[in-house]
Design a protein around this ligand. Structure first.
Ligand code: GDP
Ligand code: MG
Length: 297
């Protein structure tokens, strides 16, 4: 029995013509080592993207440089093809001075814009492979009281270049009350520091009530508090992805336990195309304008 992750709704999110060609989508994941980035990606896309990964080489930690690890997979659901690229940034924030980490992420994003810009002015304009970063999931540890200086600096540096989606990592260590408080504090910090995170578009008034309700619920739950797991457990006869505790199982896909399903719904079923649109019309347009004004100077 095949499990679906839900991007087959993409044709409804987008014009027919691109359906045949398939879709490109690139997701960047950023956050310190151990926050559960790889696990969450595997849970999101039901793959084991990192299975061939060697155990962390101890010298890696000594070097403490941020690397870019890019993995692409082609997935097909109900006749819709998606070329998904996940850009991981192992080593992010592990050094004392985070400047290098920001620079590595920023450079990767800029390089993809640059490549796209060159392709666009080339002869084969119609078949450009879109490797631009459409969304950046930024993992924030659950242990603090809000955003740290590191988080603020990273987001301020990148917010004009990519759709930033902050998430609270490893949310299973928080009680409902703590989760609520942390979310409120983070939203306050985001506003106070003029950070522009990804904003959901206004809901189309034509949409049905169920869609509107779901949309409002997504908006109200930002930033999503997520849990990842690669373990499938059995709970009351059901097989679920979860984390086993002495007092029970925390289920990844249980909306009472965390916002994983909301994140997946947003990224894949409802807002993937808006993320691509924003990349094209806002962030890339910004970049293009800067390039052109530099050339004509
Ligand atoms: P990465 O370095 O950010 O890619 O983190 P990993 O995905 O490799 O996870 C690091 C450790 O945290 C592993 O032992 C995971 O099993 C564990 N982990 C991952 N996600 C969660 C989570 O949501 N909650 C808890 N408690 N542990 C997690
Ligand atoms: Mg990892």
């Amino acid at each position: 029995e095949k499990e679906y992750i839900g991007f087959a709704t993409l044709p409804e999110q987008v014009h027919r013509k691109s359906v045949k060609r398939g879709f490109d989508f690139t997701l960047m994941v950023v956050g310190e080592t151990g926050l559960g980035k790889s696990t969450l990606i595997n849970s999101l896309f039901l793959t084991d993207l990192y299975k061939d990964r060697q155990p962390t080489d101890p010298t890696e930690k000594i070097n403490k440089t941020t690397k870019i690890e890019k993995r692409t997979m082609e997935i097909e659901e109900k006749g819709v093809r998606l070329r998904l690229t996940v850009v991981d940034t192992p080593g992010f924030g592990d050094a004392l001075n985070c400047e290098e980490s920001y620079r590595v992420c920023e450079k990767y994003i800029d390089d993809q814009f640059n490549k796209y810009f060159q392709d666009e002015s080339g002869l084969n304009r119609r078949n450009i492979q879109d490797n631009r970063v459409h969304c950046c999931l930024y993992f924030i540890p659950p242990y603090g009281h809000g955003l740290r200086q590191l988080d603020i600096e990273f987001m301020r540096r990148l917010h004009k270049k990519v759709n930033l989606v902050p998430v609270i990592a490893k949310a299973d260590v928080l009680t409902q009350k703590e989760k609520k408080r942390l979310k409120e504090n983070m939203m306050k910090d985001i506003a106070a520091n003029q950070i522009e995170i990804y904003e959901f578009p206004e809901c189309d008034p034509e949409e049905d009530d169920e869609f509107k309700r779901q949309d409002a619920e997504l908006k109200a739950s930002f930033p999503f508090a997520v849990i990842g797991s690669n373990t499938v457990l059995e709970v009351a006869g059901r097989r679920v992805r979860g984390r086993q505790y002495p007092w029970g199982v925390v289920e990844v896909e249980n909306q009472q336990h965390c916002d994983f399903v909301k994140l997946r719904t947003m990224l894949i079923s409802t807002h993937m195309h808006d993320l691509k649109d924003m990349t094209q019309e806002v962030q890339y347009e910004n970049f293009r304008t800067q390039c052109i004004s530099q050339i004509s100077q």
